[in-house]
Design a protein. Structure first.
Length: 137
């Protein structure tokens, strides 16, 4: 029987990061000239426990929703992003614009994310805003 992990599971990918597909359906996108052009996008949601993320504009699926007038919910066909495995995406290197892995380093007493090129990967705007709100309280 599979054991269930307890506690916090961390992911190096955070909501708001810029990523590129390195495998899967969105990796095999082609432009008009027949050249492969993998999708690049921003992370919308992260589920580190399952190892899945949602990327803006990627893996679009259609869901048929029934109208519920009592709750003011409109019916119809809704397009939304599906969950993608974390192994199918990689960070974009701020220096070269290519896929890269990241590592954590301590600089000036703070834990920061660094790309392979040595360039600092800035913290996403969403996380910065949330951190400022908690510090002000």
């Amino acid at each position: 029987m599979k054991t269930v992990k307890k506690g916090t599971i961390r992911s190096k990918i955070k909501r708001g990061d810029q990523v590129v597909f390195i495998s899967g359906r969105e990796y095999n996108r082609f432009d008009n000239n027949g050249k492969r052009n993998p999708l690049r996008g921003r992370i919308i949601a992260v589920d580190p426990h399952k190892g899945k993320v949602k990327v803006e504009g990627a893996m679009i699926m259609k869901r048929h929703r029934k109208a519920v007038p009592q709750m003011n919910v409109e019916g119809g066909i809704i397009e939304q992003e599906a969950w993608v495995d974390i192994s199918n995406i990689a960070h974009i290197d701020p220096e070269t614009g290519k896929p890269t892995r990241i590592k954590y380093e301590t600089q000036d007493g703070k834990k920061v994310r660094v790309a392979k090129s040595g360039k600092l990967i800035s913290e996403p705007e969403i996380t910065r805003r949330r951190r400022k709100e908690t510090e002000n309280e």
